[in-house]
Design a protein around this ligand. Sequence first.
Ligand code: COA
Length: 321
Amino acid sequence: MTGIICGTGSYAPSYVMDNNEIAAMVDTSDEWIKERTGVATRHIIKGETTVSMACEAARRALLDSGVRAEEVELIIVSTISSNVILPCTACEVQRELGAENATCFDMSAACSGFVLAYNTALAYLSGGIYRTVLIIGSESLSNLTNWKDRSTCILFGDGAGAAVMKAGEGRAYLPVTCSDGGKGKALTCLSRHTPVESAHMNDPEYYMQMDGQAVFKFAVKKVPEAVNEVLRKNHVSKEEITWYVLHQANSRIVESVAKRLEEPIEKFPMNLQEYGNTSSASIAILLDEMKRDGRLKNGQKIVIAGFGAGLTWGASVMEWG
Ligand code: COA
């Protein structure tokens, strides 16, 4: 028994902020941002919330899968930017969707969040505990962004992605998951609330702060290690993998991972040009785009890999459809 993704959905706010708009706020340029990160635009909330984006992505995933909200037995939302501390985002999503039979909880693992939500759903499904699970990554990172800090505000965006998973016959691949709390200071954010509502709105520590170079070096070393390990562990060869769907942080990170794995860059789809880094939503949004435009086909083997604050990282293999 395993868990199979049978529907995907995503949502991005309609407001698009390009690099020139950021260059009007801080000392940077479109050219610099594109060259160092690959990001050209990002979608930014204007009235949407982490819950509303999660709900829209989830509705689309349910529609795509043909599963009714009442059939969902577990909802996992991965987010670092919940609107409120209580109740959790997953319970709010349950209320809005009318998924009255679901058990709901949130996960906080930053940019590894979707991979860990997938693994958690897989464990519940393969273990026979649930048959239908909804996993969502939803982030309003613009609320946690210091718009005065040019080294971070260029990177992030808002959005949500969701997948419906069902129990089914097939192979349950083993994941690789890792954490190193000792290096947690490389990427921090002290606020749990919308900073504009916070008494600390002028304190940089209450926004995302990052040692960019340390995070870059960590990602380009640890992601290829995790991918190689997950393939080895599952006796899957690189030739069998059609797609490596990596967390969308920076095109230079993705390119470097491809090079270290000695795999063609064409196997590493990217949409960070449009969305920036949407943390736990990024992999789900990309999978949904690939499903809708026909790149994902039944039987393809895919690696998903996440990395980010914590530090946390990991990779999983899945068979599509
Ligand atoms: N525009 C123009 N100049 C900028 C800038 C910006 N937006 N941000 C930083 N700089 C400047 C720095 O001040 C520095 O200037 P100096 O040489 O005069 O001191 C110079 O550019 C180089 O800075 P550096 O930090 O070495 O740049 P970099 O090549 O490492 O690129 C990042 C910075 C943030 C783009 C890069 O480190 C990165 O992508 N890191 C990973 C970030 C990430 O993906 N995090 C999330 C993981 S989940």
